[in-house]
Design a protein. Structure first.
Length: 557
C-alpha cells in the first residue's frame, strides 16, 4: 500500500481514543487513583480504602464508561475485600424497606399506565383549564406536576410526551402556530425529524421540569427522596425528627413545589412564549393560537371521548392508588398516632402500605362479567379474566437497575460511616462553622445544584449526602437542616440530558438539542435555588422546629 493510504499518527490516535475511550477510562481511572489505595494499606487506614472505592464509583458514574447499574454493585465485591463490611451486611442493604417502597411505587405507576388512567387525567385537566396555547401549557405543566407527586418523575414525563405530541400535531394541522423550526433556523440532516420550534419546546420543557418539581413533593416522587430517607435513617437511627410521608409533604409542597411550579410556568412563558412581548413573532403566534382555541378544544374533546366511559379496570386502579396514599399518610403521621403505631408489635415500615394495594391489583380482575355465571347455569365462560396488572408488563417495563443504583448508594453510605471516611471529609469542611447557618445552607445548595448538572441525581445524592451529614456534626448544626434542602436541590437538574431522566426523555423523544435545554434551564435553576433556600430558613423551621439548634441525640452519633 502506498503512503497516500496511511493515516497520520495523530489522527489515528484521536480516532482510536474516540471509539474506545470508555474501555480506556475503565482501566485508567482505577490506575490513576491507585495511590489512594496504596496509602490506605500503608497507613492501615480504612478511611482511604473506602475513599478509593468511592472516588472510582463517582468517576464511573459521572463518565458512564460502564453502565450506572453495574457500577452500583461494586460495593458487593469491594467492601468485603477491603475489610470494611461483611458480604451479608452489604447485600442486605440492596433490599431495604426504603428500596422496596420505591419498587412498589414504580409498580403502581405502571398499573396506572397499564389501564390508561393517566391519559384520562391529563385530557380531563386540559379541558377544565382551557385550550388556548397559554392555558394549554399551564394545564400540561400542572397535571404533570400532580402526576409526578405520586409516581416517578421519569414515568410521568414518559406518560405526558405522547399527549404533548398529539396536541402539537393538532396545532400544526390547524396552522395555529409553527410547531417545527425551518431548515434555516435549525439545519437537520436528511432523514432526521425537524427540530421543535421555540413554542413547542416550551411544552416539552414544561413537562420535564414540572415532573422534576412534582417529584420533590412526596417520598415516592423520585428515587432521590427515598435515597435520602435511607441514607439519613441509616446514619442517624436515633434521630427524633423523622422523614415520614406526611411530614415530608408538608415540608416540600408549599414552597418547593407550588411556588416553584408557578415560577417555572412564568419563566417558560417569558422566555419561550412571548409573554410581555405581544409584538414579537412568538407573541403574535401565541395570540393567533388563542383566537383559534375552539378548534383545539374540539380535538381534545374528541380524544377524551375516544377513551369512552370509565372502565372497571380504571376505577379499581384509581381506588387502589387512593388506598396506597391513605395508608402512607396514616401509617405514622408524626403529629398523631397512626395505624402503624397500633400494630407496632414489630415495626411497620413504608413498604407494607405500598405493597398491599400492589398485591391486590394482581388479585383483582379487570372486569366481573363472570359473576353472572356464579348463580346461574351453563354456558360458563371459557375465558380467563385478566388481572388489573400483568406481571409480564411489570417485568418488561420496570427499571430494575434503579434498585441496584439505590442499593449501591446505601451500601456506600454505610461503608463510609463504618470506615470513618465520611467523618474525615465532613471534619475537613468544618471551616464553614464561622459562617451563619443560612450561608452554610446556601453554600451546600449551590454545590448540590452544580454537581447534579453533570451526573445522575441518585448517584450525586449517594456521594454528597453522607459528607453533608458528617459536615453538620462537625460544625454543630442540625443534620436535617443541612441535608434535606441539599437533597431537594440535587433533584433540580434542568440543564443537561444526563442530569435527570425527564431531561433525557424529552430530548430523545422530541429530538431537542442540548444547547436549547441548557439555556432554558438557567431561570428555573435560579428560582429553584431561591425557593429551596427560603423554604429551608422559613417554612422548614416551622415543620421541623427542632432543627433550629444542634440536637442532643447527635452527640451520641
Amino acid at each position: 500500500m502506498g503512503d497516500e493510504g496511511k493515516i497520520p499518527p495523530g489522527k489515528s490516535l484521536k480516532t482510536c481514543c474516540g471509539f474506545h475511550w470508555k474501555g480506556k477510562a475503565t482501566v485508567l481511572i482505577p490506575l490513576v487513583t491507585l495511590p489512594i489505595l496504596i496509602y490506605g494499606f500503608m497507613k492501615k487506614s480504612p478511611e482511604y480504602k473506602c475513599m478509593y472505592l468511592v472516588v472510582n464509583m463517582a468517576m464511573y458514574w459521572i463518565t458512564e464508561c460502564i453502565p450506572l447499574y453495574l457500577t452500583s454493585v461494586f460495593p458487593i465485591v469491594f467492601l468485603p475485600l477491603l475489610g470494611i463490611l461483611s458480604s451479608e451486611l452489604v447485600c442486605s442493604l440492596y433490599f431495604t424497606d426504603t428500596l422496596v417502597m420505591f419498587l412498589g411505587g414504580l409498580i403502581m405507576a405502571l398499573a396506572i399506565e397499564y389501564c390508561n388512567l393517566h391519559q384520562r387525567i391529563a385530557l380531563g385537566t386540559i379541558l377544565i383549564v382551557g385550550c388556548s396555547p397559554r392555558r394549554l401549557h399551564f394545564g400540561l405543566v400542572m397535571v404533570t406536576c400532580f402526576i409526578s407527586l405520586w409516581i416517578s418523575n421519569s414515568a410521568a414525563t414518559a406518560m405526558m410526551c405522547p399527549i404533548v405530541k398529539a396536541v402539537l400535531n393538532e396545532m400544526e394541522g390547524q396552522k395555529i402556530f409553527a410547531v417545527y423550526m425551518t431548515q434555516e433556523e435549525e439545519p437537520v440532516e436528511e432523514g432526521e425529524k425537524p427540530h421543535p420550534s421555540i413554542i413547542s419546546m416550551a411544552f416539552y420543557f414544561g413537562v420535564a421540569y414540572a415532573a422534576t418539581i412534582g417529584g420533590c413533593g412526596t417520598l415516592i416522587g423520585t428515587g432521590t427522596n427515598l435515597t435520602f430517607k435511607g441514607l439519613y435513617e441509616t446514619r442517624f437511627p436515633n434521630s427524633k425528627e423523622k422523614v415520614n410521608f406526611p411530614i415530608f409533604m408538608a415540608y416540600s409542597i408549599p414552597i418547593v413545589v407550588i411556588v416553584n411550579i408557578f415560577l417555572l410556568y412564568f419563566s417558560l412563558q417569558l422566555t419561550h412564549m412571548g409573554f410581555l412581548r405581544p409584538n414579537s413573532k412568538i407573541g403574535a403566534e401565541v395570540k393567533s393560537g388563542t383566537a383559534n382555541k375552539d378548534l383545539v378544544k374540539a380535538v381534545v374533546i374528541q380524544r377524551y371521548k375516544e377513551l369512552g366511559a370509565w372502565t372497571c379496570h380504571e376505577i379499581q386502579v384509581a381506588v387502589m392508588f387512593v388506598l396506597m396514599v391513605l395508608l402512607l399518610f396514616t401509617r405514622s403521621p408524626g403529629f398523631t398516632q397512626g395505624w402503624g403505631d397500633f400494630l407496632n408489635a414489630k415495626a411497620v415500615g413504608s413498604s407494607a402500605p405500598v405493597f398491599l394495594p400492589v398485591v391486590l391489583l394482581f388479585a383483582m380482575p379487570t372486569q366481573y362479567t363472570f359473576l353472572k355465571y356464579c348463580c346461574g347455569s351453563a354456558p360458563f365462560t371459557g375465558r380467563t379474566m385478566d388481572a388489573c396488572i400483568s406481571w409480564v408488563f411489570i417485568h418488561k417495563h420496570t427499571p430494575w437497575g434503579l434498585c441496584f443504583l439505590l442499593g449501591g448508594g446505601f451500601a456506600i453510605a454505610e461503608g463510609s460511616k463504618v470506615s470513618g471516611m465520611a467523618k474525615m471529609l465532613g471534619d475537613s469542611l468544618s471551616f464553614v462553622s464561622a459562617l451563619p447557618d443560612f450561608m452554610v445552607v446556601g453554600l451546600t445548595l449551590v454545590v448540590s445544584l452544580v454537581c447534579t448538572a453533570f451526573s445522575s441525581n441518585v448517584a450525586i445524592c449517594n456521594i454528597l449526602i453522607p459528607i453533608f451529614c458528617e459536615m453538620a456534626l462537625a460544625i454543630k448544626m442540625h443534620p436535617l437542616l443541612l441535608t434535606l434542602p441539599s437533597m431537594l436541590a440535587i433533584s433540580m437538574a434542568y440543564h443537561l440530558p444526563v442530569s435527570t431522566p425527564p431531561n433525557a426523555i424529552i430530548c430523545g423523544y422530541a429530538g431537542i438539542k442540548t444547547k436549547y435545554l441548557a439555556l432554558a434551564g438557567i431561570l428555573p435553576t435560579v428560582w429553584a435555588l431561591v425557593c429551596l433556600w427560603l423554604n429551608a430558613m422559613t417554612w422548614g423551621l416551622v415543620i421541623y422546629p427542632e432543627t433550629k439548634k444542634f440536637p442532643s441525640w447527635a452527640d451520641e452519633e
